[in-house]
Design a protein around this ligand. Sequence first.
Ligand code: ADP
Ligand code: GLC
Length: 489
Amino acid sequence: MRVLSVTSEIFPLIKTGGLADVTGALPKALMRFGIATRTLVPAYASLRPMIRDRRPLMEFEDLLGETAALYAVQAEGLDLFLLDAPALFDRPGGPYINAEGKDHEDNWRRFALLSLAAAEIASGALPGWQPDLVHTHDWQTALTSVYMRERDCRVPVVLTIHNLAFQGQFSASLLHAIGLPPSVFTTDCLEYYNDICFLKGGLMTADLITAVSPTYAREILTKRFGMGLEGVLSLRRNKLWGIVNGIDSEIWDPANDPHLFARFDQKTIGLKRLNKMELQNRFGLQNDDGPLFAAVTRLTWQKGMDMMAEAADEIIHGGGKLFILGQGDQAIEAALHAVAERYPGRMAVQIGYDEETAHRVHGGADSIIQPSRFEPCGLTQLYALRYGCVPVVSRTGGLAETIIDANDAALSAKAATGFQFHPVTTDGLRHALRRALQAYASPKEWRRLQIQAMRANYSWERSAERYSNLYANLIRQAGGRPTASKLSL
Ligand code: ADP
Ligand code: GLC
């Protein structure tokens, strides 16, 4: 089976968050089900060296008035199509923001172009390769199925919602500039309160919608989590599935992690202490017996990181330490710095994005905190489990279903893997932290939690199988038969 995955980020080539982890890991996991994925991604400035001195597979003479070229590249075990449109993608900054930290003003055009290129490939523009199915991710590629419908292309499309908070809402005056006719500006396609909404267009035209956990798939049908799209999603609820993300268990493996000072597994978990010492020394934290709590996250309201500044007292007065790696909202960054200054040796904050430190934090921390207000899936808590960090999480979205709260029943069933709290308030978080501190005070109980956490299996295997079944059903329903998976490129 041939799948075209279309995405704005993919690990390890370009990443701002969990979307990249998923689009990077899923193709590898799908391989064992006979699915060959090609991923279409923009040739951002940092990826252009990969196409230097290569010949394009094809050229688009007019994609929204731009010329663009398509390159086939294999890298990091991934089969990629890089879309080179230098005027739109070869520039400083990240995939979504410029060097000053503001959204690229033409994001609507950049991601419309990416989606249009995907629709062209799905419709057979590329000699010798056409997908059996297209998989799009979030608003950035959601227009693909709208363009495909306009081309009368019947290849089935799966749209995965990673985060409904980002919808790609723009002025209706741009409709012509993204190459779409007035006929799609209706409530059952792109129209959204007089604007155009890329994500809504995708939700209305994709053959199947998945959300990244079953709990989130239910939550987004409600006003509280639907972010204004709950009505649209309710209309399409019989096409909506929840499939929990997995983790790349080769990249996130404490027994084989090149970033760790000391590698360990369930049997040698005692070695984790060495990583903890190394981490504490590096960030100026005291090397005493207190538990080390940590967070690796975007510093945003979604992630509840505004609550951390207040909750830090609970940890530190309880004898613990806190390390935060993240970046995001400047007010949150400043508040965290201010608390850290009050607690030299007990709390440290590292602002920035640093993959290696993220691994070391999981290697050394005793507990990872994720107090999200909403969390479609969340990967940090899954990495935490694998690395024997006991997660403290809010009970929402993927966090609700991947962490088993250490209540009496779960403890006696030897199933508990972490601490949950609800409702998501600072008091709730404080209470959960107190429970964690208490458990840490009993080394035997803590070790049991760590081992149970490490035993939880969130590799991609099961979820990839679910995707592969959904793909196969869709292709069958569309009247097609999957092509042999070998790529002819
Ligand atoms: P989201 O995608 O909403 O940010 P996830 O938990 O799904 O949340 O994924 C976040 C990913 O980004 C994880 O791989 C996490 O390790 C990584 N990450 C987040 N912030 C940082 C940071 N400051 N430095 C390094 N990695 C980070
Ligand atoms: C989004 C969500 C996060 C999820 C990730 C990957 O960024 O916020 O919860 O894990 O996508 O699906």
